[in-house]
Ligand binder design. Sequence first.
Ligand SMILES: Nc1ncnc2c1ncn2[C@@H]1O[C@H](COP(=O)(O)OP(=O)(O)O)[C@@H](O)[C@H]1O
Ligand SMILES: [Mg+2]
Length: 236
Amino acid sequence: MAELLQLRGIQKTYTLGKTEVTALRGVDLAVSPGEFTVVTGPSGSGKTTLLNIIGCLDRASAGTYVLDGEDVSARDFDALAEVRNRKIGFIFQGFNLVPVFDVLENIEFPLALRPDVTAAQARERARQLADAVGLSSFVRHRPDELSGGQRQRVAIARALVTQPRLVLADEPTANLDSHTSEQILELMLGLNRQEGVTFLFSTHDPRVVAHAHRALSIQDGRMVDGALAPASGAGH
Ligand SMILES: Nc1ncnc2c1ncn2[C@@H]1O[C@H](COP(=O)(O)OP(=O)(O)O)[C@@H](O)[C@H]1O
Ligand SMILES: [Mg+2]
């Protein structure tokens, strides 16, 4: 099967004034469609940097990145934003919901950028997703009227509304209690099984790691093991 993601020799150096910080030192990674993969590693190891590059929010300093058959390595930021909007759903650690929008408005927001989707279609899709994540009774609530777990559900629904090939999440359960984390994880595993959505997370949470098809470890900007081939015998 063709890989959904193929990263080769990805490097990232940040420049802070005269200082350079190297966050990624040659990462190779391949992910197949339908996988549920997590990346673990200590704070500062490069997880967020890697997810930002995979999510087309940032560019690598060197290396190649092929996403769903398109080489996006050399794209400028405008072109990356366009690819991101077509192919990727991103769940941010702090949820990044719009405070003055209600649940439906937050979920349908990414569709506002899509000329091929009418307002009525966007609303309909947002309602279906609100339903799928168990928020149909809360569609008119604003984020400050929701619990942490409910906000995270909104963020998941918003990430899925464009029907992306890939959903990325940076420590999606970091701000949730263990019971809520469990529910959110079940929700995402269900979407993976039923809809075949490909998930790639960073996490510190051992329960999330235990449920993943494949766990990768990053240390000091390098993958420690297992990044190229799916682990044998893993999965559901
Ligand atoms: N915008 C930035 N500017 C400069 N250095 C950064 C920036 N973002 C991350 N870094 C540095 O890159 C390294 C990796 O950070 P990060 O990707 O956030 O790791 P993690 O998510 O695993 O904690 C760290 O040394 C961090 O300080
Ligand atoms: Mg991080």
